[in-house]
Write a protein that binds this ligand. Structure first.
Ligand code: PLP
Length: 371
């Protein structure tokens, strides 16, 4: 494999496991790790496999396709699609015993019909929209949920909602959402429908809203060692799981006044030593980092210069006269005593760390380590 392009993401499964234990220490509830979007770019199967070995039994994904991939590798796991599944997928859901989140009566009817056809009982979780405004039954609509309960061959195993602002300083809206969720749950109970599993907490709510833990929690970003927001996370002492690395493929000096890359946006103010790395926006290294991003080489920070290209990027390594072709370059992760965080890259780009790790493209091989 030595001839391959030296660009890779290192996934530290030992750090993942330590994060899982730390998150579990915040709650007595069962954890349903969220492994959507290829486990936030970390690799759904290796992540699910590592957490399964620690006792995780349920996993949440966004898409049925993602659930099927994991179910195929680990048939003993319970997979739940927390997003939307199309009604046409009902037969597959029943056959593969994958739990859908249900937001509309017609979805439940289609699932019921499929279960009747297959002479099986289909599990489902009812999604309640308490303020996220995305999917789910409106929080006043207990009537529709009671209608679902009357459909044949269905078992309402769970009821859940999602917080819009559990990661912000002000938790008043999260409390409002929690009240709405508790109210509809009580109304259903008063009508004779008791649902065994309630879940609401994402990472931020696991860390700061114990009253939202209920029977099940849905940790995502914290398992990958990243804080849900600027306000939340540092106290949990999480370890980032993913590092993103490459190697110098070319080195040269350019004279004062010379430019590099498209558009000639970087012009050397002094004789400049320029390193080329074989990674670009097709790998998820966002072009908006042009002339703004940083990388680590030999434990030192060096700036990205000029426009980031599709497959290549340039660095000013003038202060590293010893740098050589083949030196490891860290885009995210630790090198020596310094570290570049996905969160820091996100701040430069005015986005969130979630988007950075999910955005590392499929072209970048994931390498699994245990240190
Ligand atoms: C993505 C997602 C989560 C996990 O969110 P984190 O902030 O990463 O913990 C939980 N629940 C739902 C419904 C989600 O879509």
């Amino acid at each position: 494999m030595e001839f391959m392009r030296p660009v890779w993401a290192e996934i530290n499964l030992a750090a993942l496991r330590r994060n899982y234990a730390r998150v579990q220490s915040y709650t007595h509830a069962e954890m349903m790790p969220i492994v959507k979007a290829n486990a936030y770019g970390h690799g759904a199967l290796p992540v699910a496999g590592a957490l399964r070995a620690l006792g995780a039994k349920r996993f949440g994904v966004a898409l049925l396709e993602e659930a099927l991939e994991i179910k195929q590798a680990y048939p003993d796991l319970t997979l739940m699609v927390i997003g939307t599944t199309p009604e046409e997928a009902s037969d597959v859901l029943v056959r593969e015993d994958i739990i859908p989140g249900i937001s509309r009566l017609s979805q439940a009817a289609a699932l019921s019909a499929a279960a009747v056809r297959q002479e099986r009982v289909a599990r489902l979780h009812v999604k309640v929209d308490t303020g996220m405004g995305r999917i789910g039954f409106r929080h006043e609509d207990a009537a529709s949920i009671l209608e679902i309960a009357a459909l044949p061959n269905l078992r309402i195993e769970g009821i859940y909602t999602h917080f819009a602002a559990a990661d912000q300083q002000d938790l008043s809206f999260a409390h409002e959402q929690l009240d709405r969720f508790n109210r509809i749950y009580s109304r259903l109970r008063a009508q004779g429908l008791s649902i065994p599993l309630r879940h609401a907490a994402n990472s931020a709510a696991i860390l700061r809203l114990p009253e939202a833990h209920f029977e099940l929690v849905r940790p995502g970003i914290v398992l990958y060692g990243l804080p849900p927001s600027r306000q939340v996370g540092p106290e949990a002492e999480l370890e980032p799981v993913l590092s993103w690395k490459t190697k110098i493929t070319h080195l040269k000096m350019i004279a004062q006044g010379e430019t590099v890359s498209y558009g000639r946006t970087f012009c050397a103010a002094y004789p400049t030593r320029v390193a080329t790395i074989p990674v670009g926006y097709a790998d998820g290294l966002r072009r908006a980092l042009s002339n703004r991003g940083e990388a680590l080489i030999r434990g030192r920070r060096v700036p990205m210069i000029g426009r980031i290209c599709m497959d290549q990027t340039l660095l000013d390594v003038t202060k590293l006269p010893a740098a050589e072709v083949g030196d490891v370059v860290t885009l995210i992760g630790a090198d020596g005593s310094d570290r570049l965080e996905a969160t820091e890259m996100a701040e430069v780009l005015k986005t969130i760390n979630y988007e950075i790790v999910c955005g590392i493209s499929g072209r970048v091989p994931r390498v699994y380590a245990e240190n």
